[in-house]
Design a protein. Structure first.
Ligand SMILES: Cc1ncc(C[n+]2csc(CCOP(=O)(O)OP(=O)(O)O)c2C)c(N)n1
Ligand SMILES: [Mg+2]
Lengths: 327, 393
């Protein structure tokens, strides 16, 4: 039996193992050195790897990513940390213009193997600028890959895959899960391949597509529906770009109904794309319109009352599943 | 362009605090004035005076005041090397001039930002570099690609958007690179090459090699956040990088005094803990010399240097820009400081450049450009399928 690790410890273990395995892997970000990171992800690593592989960066998000790109061009595999995903907007140009287009404009003669770790998500009282889920911006940009693990096992396996991938990968790690998500995590190389979803619960009546911190409440809602004789299949996408079409289609062909749940806002969130793809490519399999349950099109408020009003949870997901089942 | 007869720029737009600022900017006082004497005094200006200036002298008056110069590091160039420098100046000038013509003929679609008038900067900075050193050029520095080893055929194909270009038609101009030759090609985003340059330099530091990165930016780009983030980080880590500012006095239509409240971009280096010098960017030997000093410091672990090269672009911002925001007089003054003509006279004066040599070089240049144009003209277009390939490794 593998030991249990928290999601946060699993991220750290992936970093440590990858840095031991490959001298070209290094970490850079704000407070990632001796301090060990704002959330403690890199704690203890500075002692082992020293300050040239655990680089404390100035508050310069654009340079954190730009420097990573430069190092990647010389064969390194930098893992850049944004202190909060919200600050990734300060590095936006380096990610979407510099990194994403480089291989294309180099005529395929170079690639940018960087990982940008971005602690995202709400339900932690973070308010407007410490709660965001900006994944859709990056899903929308060709040349980037985007992942968002929901379990400790995937947190480790996906980060390893991201580090070994030759493309820029934006790795969204959910802050709510850091210490709450715990589970068995094997030591060593258990890679979770990019582009492959995980079926967390099998079912025959509704396909629920979700990721990140929405997986747990989705499973809870699915259990409730089972008491009402509706079997919900819960698919954890894990990779948001490129998402696992095959798994999604196979499930919808079986269930004929799909609900998408995400913590990102609704308009042009990943749900919009998944819904459109299902319409275009599996229209004949569908018995009901594809439905979405998401954060409303608003900001992430500080007040717990306001934030809870926005977040999808087991109750609202249950209601949405009932509506879809009754369609 | 404004007609002659109107007041020259110096009187038309007097600089605020002109004399006072000028004093601060004069390099020999520069160090003392802002406490920078320490390493300017050791590396860049250590050697005795006496190496002749090839271009406008140190006190040549520009429309915006004095042309700064620095004391000179000693260097030796053989006649052969001087002629090679001359060849590059000629080739890069001819390349840009041909591009300009090709735009007028409708054979090159767009994206042509010539560096005509600024060639001494590219040649002076690249001349002493190794293959392993990296350059991170700005949009006018097509010559850096040529000097680092990309063929004229490939560069011309790139400008034509052909399959034989570096980008395979995905983009034109300098938005591509060649890692094996140490060339990083930026996006269009001004200043975005500088954090990348710092990252490249970081790897040289990690590997304890003595290779260096030379990164270029316009004075306009020094107002972008990336410039400051990159220089700050390079200063903190004492990275082996030389920052070359090509101060051609305008960012598109905006003159420098409307975009920054200082006269010399070089002083910005002080804010990041390393030295900045302002030099005559139209003097290829001055540029070579300053780069030599800065590169030597970078190679020996002494960190970054900012070298500001005062210069001027002759053409508009891009080939479609008529540049009516500047006067004919101003342009004429700068044309009289043509880096190519002054270097020609210098070499002739030294009897290095003879009529025979000149003809030889001109023939070489012309045939290289003709060949490149012919090659690019006949080169295949990219296959339509390639619009969606090379997105992922
Ligand atoms: C971030 C950004 N903003 C605006 C532009 C449009 N633009 C291209 S070149 C230029 C002027 C650049 O001036 P400078 O940095 O001094 O370089 P120069 O063209 O004078 O060589 C502008 C505004 C751009 N390419 N990138
Ligand atoms: Mg300029």
């Amino acid at each position: 039996m593998p030991r249990e690790l928290s999601y946060l410890e699993a991220i750290r273990e992936a970093l440590v193992e990858e840095m031991r395995r490959d001298p070209k892997v290094f970490v850079l970000g704000e407070d990632v050195g001796a301090y060990g990171g704002a959330f403690g992800v890199t704690q203890g690593m500075h002692e082992e790897f020293g300050e040239l592989r655990m680089i404390d960066m100035p508050i310069s998000e654009s340079a954190i990513v730009g420097v990573s790109i430069g190092a990647a061009l010389r064969g390194y595999r930098p893992v850049a940390e944004m202190q909060f995903a919200d600050f990734i907007s300060c590095a936006f140009d380096q990610i979407v213009n510099q990194a994403a287009t480089l291989r294309y404009r180099y005529g395929g003669r170079a690639s940018v193997p960087i990982v940008v770790r971005a602690p995202s998500g709400g339900n932690v009282g973070g308010g407007l600028y410490h709660s965001q889920n900006p994944e859709a911006w990056f899903i929308h940009r060709p040349g980037l890959k985007v992942v968002a693990p929901s379990t400790a096992f995937d947190a480790k396996g996906l980060l390893k895959a991201a580090i070994r991938d030759d493309n820029p990968v934006i790795y969204f790690e959910h802050k709510y899960l850091y210490r709450r998500a715990k589970g068995p995590v094997p030591e060593g190389d258990e890679i979770v391949p990019i582009g492959v979803a995980a079926t967390r619960r099998e079912g025959t009546d509704i396909t629920l597509l979700t990721y990140g911190a929405m997986v747990t409440p989705s499973l809870e809602a699915a259990d409730r529906l089972a008491n009402e004789d509706v079997e919900v299949e819960v698919i954890d996408l894990r990779t948001l770009m490129p998402f696992d079409k095959e798994a999604i289609f196979a499930s919808v062909e079986k269930t004929s109904r799909a609900l998408i749940v995400h913590e990102d806002v609704k308009t042009l969130g990943l749900g919009a794309e998944l819904s459109a793809v299902l319409m275009e490519e599996r229209f004949s399999s569908l018995d009901a319109p594809v439905m979405r349950l998401t954060y409303p099109d608003t900001h992430a408020p500080f007040s717990q009352v306001l934030e809870q009003a926005n977040l999808p949870g087991a109750n609202t997901i249950t209601d949405a599943l009932r509506r879809l089942a009754g369609y | 362009m404004r007609q002659s007869g109107q007041p020259a720029l110096a009187t038309a737009r007097p600089h605020r605090n002109r004399l006072l600022r000028r004093d601060v900017a004069r390099p020999h006082r520069f160090g003392q004035a802002i406490g920078m004497a320490r390493s300017i005094g050791t590396a860049v200006v250590s050697a005795p005076d006496g190496v002749p200036s090839a271009g406008a002298g140190p006190d040549a008056v520009t429309p915006r005041g004095m042309m700064p110069s620095i004391k000179r590091t000693k260097f030796k160039l053989s006649h052969q090397q001087l002629l090679e420098m001359y060849y590059w100046l000629k080739l890069i000038r001819a390349f840009d001039e041909r591009l300009s013509t090709l735009v007028k003929q409708g054979k090159v679609r767009s994206g042509v930002y010539t560096g005509i008038g600024q060639e001494a900067i590219v040649v002076g900075t690249c001349f002493g570099l190794r293959k392993e050193d990296y350059v991170c050029p700005l949009h006018r520095d097509l010559g850096t690609f040529l000097m680092k080893g990309v063929t004229a055929r490939a560069m011309m194909s790139q400008m034509f958007g052909k399959a034989t270009g570096l980008s395979k038609g995905r983009d034109s101009a300098l938005h591509s690179g060649v890692s094996e030759l140490g060339i990083f090609g930026n996006t269009s985003m001004l200043g975005a090459n500088l954090p990348v340059a710092a990252g490249l330099a970081l790897t040289f530091k990690m590997e304890k090699t003595d290779n260096v990165v030379v990164a270029y930016f316009g004075e306009g780009a020094s107002n972008v956040g990336d410039f400051h983030e990159a220089l700050n980080f390079a200063g903190v880590q004492r990275l082996p990088v030389v920052f070359i500012c090509e101060n051609n006095q305008y960012a598109y239509s905006v003159p420098i005094e409307k975009s920054m409240a200082i006269e010399d971009v070089a002083v910005r280096a002080e804010g990041y803990g390393f030295d900045g010098v302002a030099i005559n960017g139209n003097d290829v030997l001055a540029v070579y010399q300053a780069t030599l000093g800065a590169v030597a410091r970078a190679r020996t672990g002494q960190g970054p240097t900012l070298v500001e090269c005062k210069t001027y672009r002759w053409h508009g911002h891009s080939e479609h820009d008529k540049a009516f925001y500047r006067t004919d007089e101003e342009l004429a003054i700068w044309k009289s400081r043509d880096p190519l003509t002054t270097f020609t006279s210098y070499l002739e004066g030294m009897n290095v450049l003879t009529g025979e040599r000149l003809t030889e070089i001109e023939t070489r240049v012309k045939s290289a450009i003709d060949d490149a144009v012919e090659f690019a003209t006949n080169a295949p277009d990219p296959a339509p399928e390639d619009a969606v390939t090379d997105l992922y490794a």
